[in-house]
Design a protein around this ligand. Sequence first.
Ligand SMILES: [Fe+2]
Length: 246
Amino acid sequence: MLEAVAEGFARERQSYYHHVRRANPHRGRAFAMAGQYETVFAATDVIRMFPTFVWKAELEAEVHKRINKSLIARLDRIRRCGPEPAPGRGWQSDHDLHEWEEFRELASCVNHAVGRVLDFLKIGAADFEITGCWANMNPPDAAHGRHGHPNNFLSGVYYARTNKGADTINFHDPRAQTAIIKPPVTALTAENTDQVVVKVSNGTMLIFPAWLAHSVDANTSGETRISISFNVMFSAYAETASKPLW
Ligand SMILES: [Fe+2]
């Protein structure tokens, strides 16, 4: 079952827009005119189209604890062999974690989750595979800039260790055109936001289109945040599904 996605609407450079709204002498007139329309139309509706999704799931507590015990032990062994990351700098593992024994159960959860997402998208029998899976360790002050994951169909994240101040991920409006005109608003909604902040916790898994730009704010907690990212692509796509669609 797909859950509601939007947990917090935000707007990039919000303080700037607050300033513009206060300085706008025409605001009152625009709102008065909007009220007159209600006497003209017998009915109104809004047709929503082309939605963007982020699939969100919480793993069962016992599954999450079992996976964490295994993967954190493995990550600790890897990290002991390398240098400590500089303060404010994140660390990423190699991209083949899905092939490790310690990550087998997590990979199985990812495969189940991707099946759910493909069902939701009404994509029929299509073989897929995890093309990459890696760990992110973000110590205090570490952030991750806006990015996407090219040459994949889906991307996702599993959260192994979060804390207050290191428990969100930002998703950015993929429609570049909407940034051209940004009038001041009285409230942030799904229709006028350009950034959605999704709150996560230990055991949360997110899956979203690989093209959907996302970012992570600086860790303001006192603990290192640990997440496992992954990418998914159709197997043998060129042979089975990439014929021209004209
Ligand atoms: Fe990412």
